[in-house]
Design a protein around this ligand. Structure first.
Ligand SMILES: [Zn+2]
Length: 69
């Protein structure tokens, strides 16, 4: 994946290992860039998931509008 802060591209495993040394929890589910140390949520899976949810809701609202006509 690519760091959204400095643009450094690295393997997800590499970022997870970097976060494994987190002093607070050691498992905070964030990917840390091995280059600049910036922590970010893992990849865009969540973003895609949210987009799908939005699409489903939009589809439902359009269906309801059509049925009320
Ligand atoms: Zn970075």
């Amino acid at each position: 994946m690519k760091c959204s802060f400095c643009g450094y591209s690295f393997a997800i495993d590499e970022g997870e290992n970097a976060c494994g040394s987190c002093p607070l929890t050691g498992n905070c589910h964030l990917i840390r860039c091995p280059h600049c140390g910036y922590e970010m949520p893992p990849e865009a899976k969540l973003v895609r998931w949210f987009r799908n949810l939005k699409r489903k809701k939009e589809n439902r609202s359009t269906l309801i509008k059509d049925s009320t006509r």
